[in-house]
Write a protein that binds this ligand. Sequence first.
Ligand code: GLC
Length: 592
Amino acid sequence: MNSVSDLTASKRHFREARLGAFIHWGLYANPGGVWEGTSVPYLAEWLQSARRIPNAEYSRLAEQFNPQGFDADAIVKAFSDAGMRYIVFTAKHHEGFAMWRSHVSPFNSYDATPAHRDFVDEWSHACQKHGVKLGLYYSHCLDWHEPDGGDPRPCADNFGMSWGNDWDFPDQQSKNFDRYFEGKVLPQLTELLSNYGEVAVLWLDCPMTVITPHHARRILELVHTLQPNCLVNSRLCMLETLGDYGSLGDNQLPAGTTADDFPREAIITLNDSWGYKSTDHNWKSPAQVRKITLDALQSGANLLVNFGPDGEGRLTPESWAVLHDLAKWQAAVGEALHSGGQSPFPQDLGWANAVAAGQKLWIFPHAETPQSATLAGVSGELQNACGGEVQRLSDDTWQLAGLERLAKTQTPLRMEFSAPPHYDTCPRIQNGRMSLLPAQARLVHGKANASTALADAPLGAAGEKLIGNGHSVLADNGALCDWQNPAERCVWHLRLESGRYRLRLVTRNGAHSQPWHGDRTVEVTIGDRQLTANLVATEELDDSHYYRAAITDLGEISIVHGGELDLTIRTIHIASPDAATMQLERLELQRS
Ligand code: GLC
């Protein structure tokens, strides 16, 4: 077993790495999401299940797999230039095909293809050459090639697709998952963790209810014995929180804050598929990728940007455009990006992203920020400022100017103090606005009174079961999930001057690819003032391809006696028991 200090250092390095590349590449890359002339809905790497392709037929893809255009060295160099310090490569995805020379199964890239290549080895060499850490994705539960591969039934809807291979192997009773786990998973993981040098991350996926805590612990023991510094992601097991860091959901946007001892990682696709999909042209622009990188940075989360090489092993032009753009951006953001820091403020600034480490504070103004803005709640002796102009207005309030150019280039204004500055822990109006996140609130449950540190735990302070029991819990992305229990309140203690304020609420559907629905009435109380409003979309947001969000204008509230106050928000009425499971993402106050 590893000592605690080993993983403490690994977690620190992981946080400082901050940006990485996810690579989804396997036999599915050749068809690129198109089978018998039509394109599969949804994810290209799910082709075999989507079309229920028998193994005998799917295996023929291996006979055609000869990616002459694949050059790990050139790609890893581009990742490194883009500021990416680690990669996570799909050594084996759900199709069951090993992208290395496996002696456990002949269904691998060396023995079953005309290429006779070991791609894990190629990535590993390129990573060592360019100082990038190697991480490996391994599908430990699902394996459509194997008669005993994980086949959870009945199970949550999966866009109409089967999780396990029930077309070649329909008889679930005769499946023996342990035979697959002992015979393929553990031996293949042993190969991966023994033969390719240092593995910084083992990325497991889709454990469903098949992977028990016992299976998960077998994997953890193996990893910690063979690679004592390797971190394992939280998709290891669904039945118990295990693993060394938290994986956010697919394309879930990072927000909130990150604990030192349990780092987090957000993962994004560049179009809507992880594996290469020739018909998917819904590409994110380089500027969008930069913005998500900054959101991850301020929330202390890592960001894995996904690339799906095609059947020849080449990245798409849109992927190269993102890499070249990130590379140009590095000179301006590299220091902040790899500082290991996060936002020091008890609220979102609303007009800028912020990150602090030691004596330094970096402010990245948003696109719509005017030429100047005020920043409150930071006191210390300023040594120098670079990128823009800074003027002190009071002990802890500053006027920042020259922001338009920074906003345009998504580059920071850097303030350096003679010692780590003091940050006020009480949220307040920042540049005319206050933007509040549930991760920075106190959650008051019906019976339990859970602090945010406890809020994402399966048990409340009074010992009651929270998850799956009609309670709101804090999700890995910092949002409040399943926000509908009227007995639960989200409370911020803040400082507010007297005046009129307009309230706007951002909510998101927690279900993948579903439309946004309000379906409820909410109540906001500030001090002795209160308002209620129906949750209707004033404006739909288009910031995530997967999870739909909207802004609701809740109306105005007048504060007569300013000072330190509690702001409470809760659901008071749900339209129907089937109302969508909404996430509360942020509450904004603006002086009117
Ligand atoms: C989902 C998909 C899988 C993909 C993964 C990336 O779990 O099943 O295809 O690899 O997301 O996070």
